[in-house]
Write a protein that binds this ligand. Structure first.
Ligand code: PRE
Length: 354
């Protein structure tokens, strides 16, 4: 075949895809009407998870699984927006990793609302000002995010899904070479996460700390002799060229985010559960409590201790585990945990992100 013939066939395929996409959107709209009658949640994490998993499993290639996920993320986002445009609160400003994580989960046919603090993300959803919230909970390099764990104590919000966001760092600058850069703006975490690269490539620049990566990009956009470490989204927003990509020392660095809302997703066969509990302050009590998970072979993926703040030296434990509260093993483990705890609250069971 020749180029015009290939393109003709692509045009024909695009017509069919467009026709099918609109048919899909029409069906989603009908589901939306039905959901509005039964007052069900428009966003259904377990169904979206199943759609992604099925398509990735049946994908014959040559499209990569990641490409299939990215395409369907936008298709579902657009279909969902026809049912109801969702508003999603995140830790701003625009262009942060929280923003990227929100887009990765909800797609770009959603409205993203930046707020200043993690506690404000909770408040926006609790007050009904946003449908969902996205908060960071742990970073593979820096550990847990205490503000997120603490916010659950005074909230009735549930964890409805999770997101793993790779932490890639870029050097943004109007300078055309590294030698021209005199100042570097960044949040303290990216500065630490790119330390080796900075030592090798920018040993003599003045480092100026900013409150977020997006703020750093904004400052660099007004200072022609400077650079910022920030996301590609911030590069777009502040019209800053990306001078160097992937300057992070650890390419496996990622942050796990939680989606907050009021859904109670059904089991998908590959789920996680988040919970908090407290035990009496006596020898062996924590070991007894944790034994519940061992007994029923339930794998814990995270455990963190935080002060209850209601009395000094009293703590609650935040736990993530593999499985759903409706799975027999998890439900038995939780019953046993309750026998050994003063207080147990399940924050949610939700599909495990790949
Ligand atoms: O199946 C549904 O419940 C739908 O609303 C459709 C759909 C989709 O486009 O596939 C859209 C939104 C939901 O979060 C899940 C799936």
């Amino acid at each position: 075949m020749s180029l015009p013939e290939w393109r003709k066939e692509i045009d024909q395929i695009d017509e069919q895809i467009l026709h099918l996409l609109n048919r899909r959107a029409e069906l989603a709209r009908q589901i939306g009407h039905a959901k509005s009658r039964t007052r069900s949640h428009y966003f259904t994490p377990e169904r979206e998870h199943t759609v992604f998993r099925r398509l990735v499993q049946m994908n014959p290639g040559p499209l990569e699984a990641q490409a299939v996920r990215a395409i369907y993320r936008e298709i579902i986002s657009a279909c969902r927006a026809l049912e109801k445009p969702l508003t999603v609160a995140f830790l701003g400003p625009e262009g942060t990793f929280s923003h990227l994580a929100g887009i990765a989960r909800f797609g770009s046919s959603s409205e993203f609302v930046p707020v200043e603090r993690i506690a404000d993300v909770f408040a926006q959803v609790e007050r009904g000002l946003c449908d969902y919230g996205v908060v960071p909970v742990e970073n593979s390099w820096a550990g847990a995010v205490p503000e997120t764990l603490d916010s659950f104590l005074n909230s009735n919000l549930r964890v409805v899904w999770e997101i793993y966001q790779p932490i890639y760092h870029n050097l943004l600058s109007r300078c055309t070479s590294l030698e021209e850069i005199k100042r570097l703006y960044s949040h303290f975490q990216p500065l630490a996460q790119c330390r080796q690269w900075l030592r090798n490539h920018l040993p003599h620049v003045e480092e100026i700390e900013a409150s977020s990566t997006a703020k750093a990009a904004e400052l660099a956009s007004r200072d022609p002799e400077s650079a910022a470490i920030a996301t590609y989204l911030a590069a777009e927003k502040y019209d800053l060229p990306i001078l160097c990509e992937h300057i992070e020392d650890d390419p496996t660095n990622r942050t796990r985010f939680l989606v907050l809302g009021y859904n109670e997703p059904e089991p998908t066969g590959k789920d996680k559960t988040s919970l908090i509990f407290t035990v009496p302050n006596r020898a062996g009590e924590l070991a007894h409590a944790l034994n519940a998970f061992e007994k029923y072979d339930v794998n814990l993926t995270m455990i963190e201790t935080r002060p209850t703040r209601s009395a000094p030296w009293q703590y609650f434990f935040y736990v993530d585990l593999q499985g759903h509260v409706k799975d027999t093993a998890v439900s038995k483990a939780l019953n046993l945990l309750k026998e050994h705890s003063l207080f147990v609250r399940v924050l949610g069971s939700y599909p495990e992100a790949s």
